[in-house]
Design a protein around this ligand. Structure first.
Ligand SMILES: NC(=O)C1=CN([C@@H]2O[C@H](COP(=O)(O)OP(=O)(O)OC[C@H]3O[C@@H](n4cnc5c(N)ncnc54)[C@H](O)[C@@H]3O)[C@@H](O)[C@H]2O)C=CC1
Ligand SMILES: O=C(O)C(=O)COP(=O)(O)O
Length: 528
């Protein structure tokens, strides 16, 4: 059956068309974001959910989303999605990080002009027949200082446009490098300096614990008298109650607000103030931006659901559509190695080391590590997948180490996974040959070459004559057919291992009988 996608916010119909063209079933319900109950009732039927900011993807929605594999945000901010809950459930969350940035930057610039010349008020007064030519005295933008808080994609575009308007731009962003600041032509400053120097302040950060309330009464007190503040990023960055007071006192001469602490904002103390320009979260609302984000989100979601390619995910390493086919056998190998080690690990998992050697070291090892962790954790957590595994490992305090060696050894490529527990280290290594089939090539330092099938027996035994005969006749008595039989040993007479594929599931009693055979140290059933 084709994967099913629900679009629960207003998106350009381009998205609907792309999903259809790519062979997905699509259900376009642009007002569903408002109807929490209905969303909860139907979300279980879908593999993909495409949204903007109206749909709140809460923990409850995620819990009800039984089949969901991907949430696509046609836009940038994902604060309306509970990403930890999605990650824990193995659901990819992706956005379209550039599609609406020019448009949003233009909205901030439009807000700046609207404030400088009080356009909305002047418009309303003129339409009312008042011709209040003397009431509206504006300020020039040229030569003024613009303070940009958050100089990422949108902040940089705003800075560029402001420089074109002959403004001086100071920027505060802890992640802005000196070189980038020089390239942009902005002066990098600390936040307190920005507050002291700016005539206009515009915010372009995400809403995080660090940025929440970044503009509050204390910050406003340090600003220039008559400063103008623009927020086209997220409600909550500016403390609305503090802004209202400062607008009333005249400390802040004007505010351009596109985003609110509570949205939809149908009532707000800011609405009563004349020196405020408000828009209903319109930053991204242009024809061009909406085409961009709809097209991108649909392509990305279809690529994931149909081909396993991952682009612009916030909770999973990227896998391009081009590399997906090449990576797939290694993803399988990494998961098999993880699963092998995971099934043998009974207690106290402390750390996992992954060594990538040869060709595979140049691949997307973050994705491969995520696959290996999935394998390791699956015996403990049935629903874990590549999205949730790294977070689950972190949560459980498991250290993950990655080593890449680009030089080749005996094999063209090679992955070794070592599980470190309270009691021991256990390594298992594998490779992928030209036939794209993953194979185990080493277990606990003992060489062998084995494919893994669905039903396997893993035996450690003493390397003494007679074991194979006893083992084979036991399976014969039980009517179990051996598919493949692989043996390896450290040195003659030392520890040996056998990895045996059989054609049917192995019962507990068979395992017990194998374990009781003379010379057997340990017998384990493994399933893949
Ligand atoms: N009003 C609207 O319709 C729209 C709003 N947005 C919002 O605009 C915001 C910015 O988007 P982009 O520029 O695309 O994001 P981005 O990720 O490219 O840039 C954000 C910048 O904020 C910086 N930052 C993070 N923590 C900071 C802190 N504590 N102080 C100062 N800077 C900090 C980051 O280093 C980064 O450079 C997002 O919150 C997004 O949701 C985006 C599109 C439309
Ligand atoms: O992209 C963003 O972060 C936005 O805030 C745009 O929101 P919207 O898609 O217009 O609901």
């Amino acid at each position: 059956m084709a994967p099913r996608v629900l679009i629960s916010d207003k998106l350009s119909k381009t998205a609907v068309q792309i999903f259809k063209d790519r062979g997905l079933d699509v259900d376009y319900q642009p007002d569903l974001g408002k109807d929490k109950e209905k969303l909860l009732a139907i979300i279980g039927e879908y593999d993909g959910l495409a949204i903007r900011s109206n749909t709140k993807v809460t923990e409850k929605v995620i819990a009800a989303a039984k089949n969901l594999r991907v949430i696509g945000r046609a836009g940038i901010g994902v604060d309306n999605v509970d990403i930890p809950a999605a990650t824990a459930k193995g659901i990819i969350v992706m956005n379209t990080p550039f599609g609406n940035s020019i448009t949003t930057a233009e909205h901030a610039i439009a807000m700046m002009f609207a404030l400088a010349r009080q356009l909305p008020e002047a418009d309303a007064s003129t339409r009312a027949g008042k011709w209040e030519k003397n009431r509206f005295m504006g300020v020039e933008i040229t030569g003024k200082t613009l303070g940009v808080i958050g100089c990422g994609n949108i902040g940089s575009i705003v800075a560029d446009r402001a420089i074109g308007l002959k403004m001086r731009v100071v920027a505060y962003d802890p992640f802005l490098s000196d070189e980038r600041a020089i390239d942009l032509g902005v002066e990098k400053v600390e936040l307190d300096q920005l507050f002291r120097r700016a005539d206009f302040i515009t915010l372009h950060t995400p809403l995080t614990d660090k940025t929440r309330g970044i503009v509050d009464a204390a910050a406003i007190a340090t600003m220039k008298d008559g400063v103008r503040i623009i927020n086209c990023a997220r409600g909550g960055l500016v403390v609305e109650a503090d802004l209202v007071e400062a607008l009333k006192s005249g400390k802040v001469a004007g505010a351009g607000i596109d985003v609110f602490e509570v949205e939809p904002a149908t009532e707000n103390p800011l609405f009563a103030l004349p020196n405020v320009v408000c828009t209903p979260h319109l930053g991204a609302s242009t024809t061009e931006a909406q085409e961009n984000v709809a097209l991108q989100v649909a392509e990305q979601m279809a690529d994931y659901l149909m081909k396993g390619a991952v682009v612009n995910a916030l909770n999973m390493p990227s896998i391009s559509a081009e590399e997906a086919p090449r990576l797939t056998p290694f993803v399988k190998l990494a998961e098999l190695l993880g699963s092998f080690a995971g099934q043998l690990t009974e207690t106290g998992l402390k750390a996992i080391r992954l060594e990538y050697e040869g060709e595979v070291a140049e691949m997307n090892v973050r994705a491969l590590t995520a696959a290996a962790l999935t394998g390791v954790l699956k015996p403990l957590l049935q629903t874990v997948n590549m999205v949730s595994a790294p977070a689950m490992a972190r949560e459980r305090g498991v250290t993950v180490e990655e080593v890449r060696r680009e030089q080749r050894g005996a094999y063209e490529n090679y992955i070794r996974l070592t599980v470190i527990t309270d009691r021991q280290e256990r390594s298992v290594a594998g490779t992928v040959f030209a036939d794209a089939k993953p194979r185990i090539i080493q277990i606990k330092g003992i060489n062998m070459e084995a494919e893994l099938g669905p039903h396997m027996l893993y035996i450690t035994n003493q390397d003494k004559p007679g074991f194979i005969g006893r083992f084979a006749s036991l399976l014969g008595q039980e009517g179990i057919n051996i598919a493949t039989f692989n043996l390896g040993r450290k040195a003659a007479g030392e520890d040996a291992i056998a990895l045996v594929e059989v054609d049917e599931p192995i019962s507990d009693s068979v395992i017990e009988r194998v374990a009781a055979l003379e010379g057997v140290v340990q017998a384990k059933r493994l399933t893949f």
